[in-house]
Design a protein around this ligand. Sequence first.
Ligand SMILES: Cc1cc2nc3c(=O)[nH]c(=O)nc-3n(C[C@H](O)[C@H](O)[C@H](O)COP(=O)(O)OP(=O)(O)OC[C@H]3O[C@@H](n4cnc5c(N)ncnc54)[C@H](O)[C@@H]3O)c2cc1C
Length: 382
Amino acid sequence: MTDLPLDFGDPADLEQLRRDLRDWLAEHPLPPRDADEPLPVHLHRWHRMLHSGGWVGLDVPREYGGRGLTPLHQVAVSDELGARGAPGVPRIGYLAHALLEFGSEEQRRRLLPRMLAGDDVWCQGFSEPGAGSDLAGMSTRADRGPEGHYTVSGQKLWTSYAQYSDLCLLLARTGADAPAHASISAFVLPLDRPGVTVRPLRAANGDDEFCELFLDGVRLAESERVGAEGGGWALAMTTVAYERNALDTGHLPRYGRLVERLRRHARAHRDGLPDGLLTDIGRCVVDYEVLVAHSRRRTAERLAGRAAGPESSIDKLLMTRAEQRLYETALKVFPEEVHGEGGEIFGDYLYSRAASVYGGTSQIQRNIIAKRLLRLPADGRG
Ligand SMILES: Cc1cc2nc3c(=O)[nH]c(=O)nc-3n(C[C@H](O)[C@H](O)[C@H](O)COP(=O)(O)OP(=O)(O)OC[C@H]3O[C@@H](n4cnc5c(N)ncnc54)[C@H](O)[C@@H]3O)c2cc1C
């Protein structure tokens, strides 16, 4: 019996995969981060190491650079890495899914192997200053010229790590006559193309994750469009549906380790805990167990070949609640970890505040659940 959350009574080959990964990890520890090395550069080193060991893209078909195994193999790798305290697999699964589902055969063969290997680093150019929750209201335009190429102008915002990226999965409006959702197209934008300016933004905690992306008359070939013209909305929804679950993030074992630490603390200090803290710890345990049960269901659905859809909004809400409560509670229980050497919990606590915003805010997830899963009327009556 393994101590991992997503144990499916692993068939023999999965047990072997986990053992191989453990052996590989013992021989290939991630070298320490250099003092002046930005975190994304450090993690990119890890991406390349994992890829060279065969631990990236396990469920991607072989002809596109993967190992042609099942989603369960990919989940097992994320799980095992998280449980051993190693950094996770690179978060590219949702972009890979978009290309697998909407890319042409030529794009899949050219782009996916390089994405999996870390030869091209990707970012996601969806949000704009006036279009985050209301993504369909975007104003970046891609106008098609007489020779078939597009000229793209506009501004993207919150583009994570664009300054370290080579390519951007970009959404832009093509055509003016169609309804908002039907006039959006997706493109692969090389960030070194003339007319592209990437400007990093410094966040309050000192991080430079976010970027502004300025596009000024950028030329894109028709072959750089992904999917049909006007088909970008379906691609965007597929991308965010895969972005919104906990399966390939390695978050579950990370949460699991902290939940276990809280549990041990509660047992040892039961009588000395301030009012309410025991209840908070209990809620963390319940949140975590619910998330694990839910992730098992999603894994089973993926194995049955079911694509991610609006149900992933439930996953995102559960993950957000579990993560935010967990780090809030951990800070109350271990206040000494706010500063100094043990400051890791504080860093995770700060980042957990963003969970209710990235990948679509919690309010937007509730709207999706209300409209697309519960089929409630938009005006709230009936
Ligand atoms: C850490 C992080 C990383 C990100 N990375 C990327 C990235 O790489 N690429 C990218 O494209 N974007 C990225 N984003 C942007 C993210 O997708 C948007 O911030 C998010 O969709 C919200 O959009 P907004 O910031 O414009 O807020 P707004 O849409 O202006 O929302 C403001 C508030 O109004 C509420 N609201 C808006 N509309 C409704 C409604 N209809 N019903 C109820 N409430 C509503 C929202 O819930 C929110 O509380 C990232 C964000 C974060 C925090």
